[in-house]
Design a protein. Structure first.
Lengths: 273, 285, 341
């Protein structure tokens, strides 16, 4: 491919990927009058008021970000705590059980989980978990377990078996083998799996939407939907755009910091399949 | 046995989250539980299922969901492969470009659905702004049924193509470069190489991508709920949105469960068809 | 377990008496196929036994079953009078050097060596003392802060050996520990390894497919083929009195000449035992020759079949070459069973 052709294609790709986001950024910095006057105009009408409005709302926007972060972090920890032993045990087994559990996990991993929301909501109401931010971790961990176990299982299976056997003969207990030998070597896989779980929990919509109704407990995704459907943020879109920008920034940071691990995690998933 | 013990907590949570709901729906689909019953459960036999079979909106939504999924995933596959090929070549700044191209996938769907709503706005969105600059009439993207579903497709393609591209890129990296050199020495053109080497060797990756993406697209909820709310006139409504509305707006839990179980059965049939097709093509290949 | 001894006396014993290992009819099957078929062996304290055999003969499996890494499908393993057949690997007090060395890649040499002691609850001062001693013994002191990836193959092998020694095992198992090293290094390391393995309190089993290595390191050699023990004895016994055709063919390089006879037996004569004679004997023709410096190996053709002859490097060759051997160097085997007559 000629260099100029390629440069053109790359520019097109970046325009397509980043354009909508840059447009949000632009919109968020414009006054309502400027937006109504001319789409894409650059003269006059710049403002930070949209951000002020969003951040001084009730509750302030950073509250949603905080809620999402807390839920995401706890879900990630819970998922890893459950998935690591399960993946270890699965990787050390052969035969039918592994095949069956593996197949079941793959089916669950691709299952459109939105179908489950009603039953999960009923469970939450019966157990008094509705409007409990931390309780969201339970369905989130459950929903992400299949993918997490599959990824970690593949990582366990890649470690040379002699390493663990050697530790076994040295007298290490199961916990000691995991703590000192296996997990340190699986660092990258654990990090990338954790990141995928975190992204899911941060972005999850239908369950958070139905479990949480008190506005100060909302996570980011249902908060955005509520903003979209409410009249608190008046016409036109400056405040919406400021909200989308604020909602995107933490993830952009995460992605830029951990791009390599996220890519590795997805890639492993593909190879596994 | 200690192995089972290690798996037990995870498997229990999995049963609670994945298996229990389906059993619950099976029970609930045989009950009436709505405002008319005072939200109490009343056994009604197969009444919900009869209603489902005769429910034009359910089948309408099923068709719309299928159309959305097939068109989006097909576009994503083509665009994803093109992007993967571009990102697979060696050039300076490739790593940064990979990160940037991945951004849309990482953002919450609801966040960007809101963004797309603004982009498709009539008349203040940038597309319509451009049309106005050119002296053309504005287009009501989200208000016209025949355009609104295309808008949902565009937003979905934008959001998930990076995921497809990344998985296919992983596949491309598994193909030894020697193969292309050998093929070139035999006189093959790059275009022939794409069809004779790249695509056949990518087949397992394409299959995984199809599996993940079709399942996700058929369950589409977040995007439609925020971008169009299923409108106009439920022309973009997906089955998941319909099930949600039945439960949360019409408060008809028995029927909502029936809709979801019906959707699950359709998915199962689709998955079986996909597996059969895969086996069929494998036997031929 | 009828003869499991009281743990307290067992602990007392392991510091005072030397141990020995006995395998009684050890069996291992995978999917119904026998991998090990009734292996019976004894290794004395301070003895190094080499398990020798071609790849796939089951020799590594013997080690894994003894260590408890693979299950035992029949027979008993008796270590120091205790039946350990059903014991967990961690409790067997067995150390193993793996072919790949299995060094923990994320830990430095000293952490590789001390982590086990630490987790077994050895006091810090004693840990440091033992670590220093073993580093000294294996000339690793200068490398103690390096990671395994920064070591050469020979250095890695020494670290693996050091780790096994620090386990203070009652039995030492080595699975092809030198197969990843180049030939020259192997030869240099042999005496060193022999000095460490032989004469200690614990028996050692050394798995290899290289007969020179087995002869160079071990007191006795057990030859394994197809999951069965073919013969066990000193290198001299195996060389001079091979129990069957397989052992005869496997031990000794260049390979023994086997000449089938009409009476259903096979005569084996080693290439180095052939002599040129002026009359009588077997007339031969030279097909090929390899010059080895002090000696040369000739590939010959005779009316009884092809022959290998190791002869003096100065041996004159000619058309009328005739070969003979002394009857005392002759081995006779049954053709059908392969057993020695």
């Amino acid at each position: 491919m000629r260099v100029s052709t390629r440069a053109g294609l790359v520019a097109l790709l970046l325009l397509w990927s980043l354009g909508p986001m840059l447009w949000q950024l632009y919109t968020s910095l414009r006054t309502p009058e400027a937006l109504l006057a001319s789409a894409g105009g650059l003269g006059g009408g710049w403002t930070l008021a949209n951000y002020g409005a969003v951040l001084s709302g009730d509750p302030p926007f950073w509250r949603y970000l905080l809620n999402s972060t807390v839920v995401g972090a706890l879900s990630t920890l819970l998922t890893l705590a459950l998935a690591i032993p399960c993946a270890y045990a699965l990787s050390r087994r052969g035969g039918l059980l592994r095949l069956l559990v593996g197949g079941g996990l793959l089916a669950a991993a691709v299952f459109p989980y939105v179908l489950l929301f009603l039953a999960l909501l009923q469970v939450a109401r019966q157990l008094g978990l509705a409007n409990n931010l931390l309780a969201l971790c339970l369905p989130y961990a459950g929903l992400q377990l299949p993918l997490a176990v599959l990824l970690l299982q593949a990582a366990f299976a890649e470690l040379p078996p002699e390493l663990e056997e050697s530790a076994l003969l040295e007298g290490f207990s199961l916990w000691q083998r995991l703590r000192w030998i296996l997990l340190p070597l699986m660092g990258p896989a654990v990090v990338s799996t954790g990141l995928l779980v975190f992204l899911f929990s941060w972005n999850e919509f239908p369950i958070a939407l139905t479990w949480i109704s008190r506005s100060e407990l909302l996570t980011l995704a249902p908060a955005m939907a509520r903003i979209a459907g409410s009249s608190v943020y008046t016409v036109p879109y400056g405040a919406f755009a400021a909200a989308t920008v604020l909602g995107s920034v933490p993830l952009l940071a995460l992605l830029l910091l951990f791009q390599r691990q996220i890519v590795a995690g997805l890639t492993q998933g593909a190879i596994k399949g | 046995m200690s192995g089972l013990l290690l798996m037990a907590p995870a498997l229990l949570l999995l049963l609670a989250v994945f298996v229990w709901p389906l059993l619950d729906y099976a029970w609930l689909s045989l009950q009436a539980q709505s405002v008319f019953t005072g939200l109490e459960q009343v056994p009604v036999g197969t009444l919900n299922w009869q209603r489902l079979l005769a429910d034009g909106r359910f089948w309408q939504d099923a068709w719309q969901t299928l159309r959305f999924a097939v068109v989006s995933v097909a576009l994503e596959l083509v665009a994803g492969l093109a992007i993967a090929l571009l990102l697979h070549q060696r050039w300076r700044g490739r790593g940064v470009a990979r990160s940037l191209a991945l951004l849309p996938w990482a953002l919450p769907t609801t966040v960007m659905a809101l963004g797309w709503r603004w982009i498709f706005n009539d008349p203040y969105g940038p597309i319509n702004g451009l049309l106005q600059l050119l002296g053309l009439a504005t287009v009501p993207f989200l208000a016209a049924p025949e355009l609104a579903w295309l808008a949902t497709v565009v937003a979905d393609v934008w959001k998930t193509t990076p995921f497809v591209a990344l998985l296919l890129l992983a596949g491309l990296q598994m193909i030894p470069h020697d193969l292309y050199e050998a093929f070139a020495l035999e006189g093959g053109t790059p275009w022939q190489g794409l069809w004779r080497i790249t695509v056949p060797l990518l087949r397992p990756y394409i299959f995984i991508v199809l599996l993940f993406r079709l399942a996700q697209a058929l369950g589409v909820f977040d995007l439609i709920a925020v971008l169009t709310g299923g409108g106009p006139a439920s022309s973009t409504e997906s089955l998941a949105v319909y099930a949600y509305l039945n439960a949360m707006r019409f408060l008809d839990f028995g029927y909502s469960a029936t809709v979801m179980l019906g959707m699950f059965l359709l998915l199962l049939a689709g998955a079986a068809a996909l597996l059969l097709w895969r086996r069929h093509t494998e036997v031929r290949a | 377990m009828t003869n499991t001894s009281d743990p307290a006396t067992a602990t007392a014993k392991e510091h005072t008496t030397a141990t020995s290992l006995r395998l009684e009819g050890l069996c291992r099957r995978i999917g119904g196929r026998p991998i090990l078929d009734g292996i019976t062996l004894e290794v004395a304290a301070g003895e190094c036994l080499a398990l020798l055999g071609p790849s796939g003969c089951g020799k590594s499996t013997v080690l894994r079953v003894i260590a408890g890494l693979d299950p035992c499908d029949g027979g008993r393993i008796v270590l120091d009078g205790r039946d350990i057949t059903e014991q967990k690997p961690a409790r067997r007090r067995v150390a193993m050097v793996f072919q790949s060395y299995a060094l923990y890649p994320h830990l430095s040499v000293e952490r590789n060596l001390s982590l086990g002691m630490e987790l077994r609850g050895v006091a810090p001062e004693q840990r440091e003392r033992e670590l220093a001693a073993v580093l000294e013994l294996l000339q690793l002191s200068a490398l103690r802060r390096r990671r395994p990836a920064e070591l050469s193959g020979g250095q890695r092998q020494r670290v693996a050996l050091a780790r096994a020694l620090l386990r203070k095992p009652q039995l030492m198992l080595l699975d092809e520990p030198m197969s990843n090293l180049d030939a020259q290094l192997r030869e240099e390391l042999r005496p060193q390894l022999r000095a460490i393995l032989c004469g200690g309190r614990a028996p050692a089993i050394y798995v290899t497919h290289d007969q020179q290595e087995a002869m160079g390191i071990a007191d006795r050699i057990a030859v394994l083929e197809d999951g069965r023990l073919q013969q066990c004895g000193t290198p001299q016994e195996l060389y001079h009195h091979p129990a069957n055709l397989f052992v005869a063919g496997f031990i000794g390089r260049p390979q023994i000449n086997l000449l089938p006879r009409a009476d259903g037996t096979v005569v084996g004569i080693r290439p180095e035992h052939l002599k040129a004679v002026s009359s009588g004997g077997l007339p031969v023709r030279v097909l090929n020759r390899e010059w080895h410096g002090a000696s040369q190996l000739l590939l010959l053709e005779s009316e009884q079949g092809p022959l290998r002859w190791t002869c003096d490097g100065n041996q004159a060759l000619g058309d009328g070459l005739r070969l003979d051997w002394e009857r005392r160097h002759e081995h006779r085997f049954q053709q059908a069973s392969g057993e020695r007559c």
